[in-house]
Write a protein that binds this ligand. Sequence first.
Ligand SMILES: [Ca+2]
Ligand SMILES: [Ca+2]
Length: 364
Amino acid sequence: MFFRGRVVESTLLIVCLSLPIGARSEIVVAVIDTGIDFKSGALMESRWNNPGETGYDQSGRDKKTNGVDDDRNGFVDDVEGWDFINHSGRSVDRHGHGTHVAGLIASEFSRLGRWQKHQLRLMSLCYYGSQISAQQSLRGSIAALRYAVKQRVDIINFSGGGSEPSIEEEEILKEASQLGILVVAAAGNDGRDTTRKGYFPAGYRLPNIIAVAATDGLGRLISSSNFSSSQVAIAAVGLKVDSLLPGGRRGEMTGTSQATATVSGVAAALISYKNQRQKLEIPAAIVNHLRSAADFEKDLWGKVEQGARLNSTRAIAMRSELNLESEQRLEPNESISLRLKPFLRKAIDRSKNSSDHFDAGVRP
Ligand SMILES: [Ca+2]
Ligand SMILES: [Ca+2]
């Protein structure tokens, strides 16, 4: 589902910094969407709690409910994130889309991640309501991005967007890039080539953004999915995907939103195998890794960069090759495409060994 009525290519270019970030006991994924019903399924286990609004204040009152902005971030009692529509720190989902997305992230993480040692934490940032305009939706999404960046989350899942770019939105995403935050963004559901007319935030040319298209179970692009051989980095299943809905229900949804959530879950699972995150080149490393472990599908050729389709099992199996630290460091302004070359060679090697994989080589 896509909310903004709103250009560009995403070549992968990385600016690398090397600052310590901290230990990895929690992996925080900001879900910028319609809210999350944490009471649905087992999502409560993955709920993010703002540490700055947890505990007791000097008067002995619970910071969660004391009506005070305890961490002075501009939001009063923002415990589970923030609802930019209803101005509340308690997450509700009146639509269902956000809970579906959150359920997918959590299920991929619990299926693949090293969750015994690392907890997944889902931050709910609601920016969409049924009565709001496209401009309000954009303003909400920018505010939500700003919130997530300020909290230094690990991953931002953005299962939405629009065809109009925003300088303000791009600026906050640049900041996210500088802080090492991976942004997994939907390619959009207009069934069009975004090389010609862009789709954002997936289309900003930043190294930390991975744009995701949607396929059926056989690796074929579904008709509603946007595509671009230069802007969409990977495809994942997005047809009739089962997940949680509010109120403990389950249901199927179709679109690049679901494919995006799956990629976010796999990325979170990958990070969970690392003891520490010390460097800021993580987003590029993860994008690289997911693409190096991907299947390269003939049907996706010309629609997704090198026809890459997510292979989550291989991405986890190859996790020892994901180096988030020194070996993965790129020089400032080094193009990540240079780093893709060895991975592409592997892809070609794999394709030679399997008739299922695209075997026509890769573009130079
Ligand atoms: Ca606050
Ligand atoms: Ca408070």
